[in-house]
Design a protein around this ligand. Structure first.
Ligand SMILES: [Zn+2]
Length: 151
């Protein structure tokens, strides 16, 4: 056997496949690439009442001040997202069994300020099976910008 073969590093190659412990979030860079319209998709998460009320409104990209209740820090927040957090996300139908896993996960990240969550944590919040969630958002295809936080 050639000498070099025996000196190859034996360290296992780290798998890049996401696992149940991999944290996901919304990658807004993904949205800024290509032809993707985040504003249209964001609006689709409004409750029926607000979707109708704001159909003609030009809220796109408006930023408003929001005070973080925990840190009292003032942040600039997207007006649509703030409205969702304050109202639409409080509606019982916001995360329903009829939402797709991708939509439901996206809504969770919208309303938790995009704090990374694993498939297990998402499973508790959207009441779906963690493995199914992982298969959906952990594959090669990126849905609505939901990606692992590292890489
Ligand atoms: Zn609403």
């Amino acid at each position: 056997m050639a000498q070099w073969l025996m000196t190859l590093p034996t360290k296992p190659i780290r798998s890049l496949r996401p696992t149940l412990e991999t944290a996901f979030h919304i990658d807004y860079d993904w949205w800024s690439k290509g032809d993707r319209d985040l504003r249209v998709y964001l609006r689709s998460h409004l409750c029926a009442e607000h979707r109708e009320q704001l159909a003609e409104a030009n809220l796109d990209g408006d930023l408003v001040d929001s005070i973080d209740p925990a840190t009292a820090e003032v942040k600039r927040v997207d007006a649509l997202v703030l409205l969702m957090q304050a109202h639409c996300a409080q509606q019982p139908s916001f995360i329903s069994e009829h939402s797709s896993i991708v939509d439901a996960a996206f809504r969770i990240f919208l309303t938790n300020d995009n704090q990374p969550l694993t498939s297990r944590e998402l499973a508790e919040r959207i009441d779906r099976d963690a493995d199914t969630i992982l298969r959906t958002i952990g594959g090669k295809q990126v849905y609505q910008g939901i990606r692992p936080t590292a890489g």
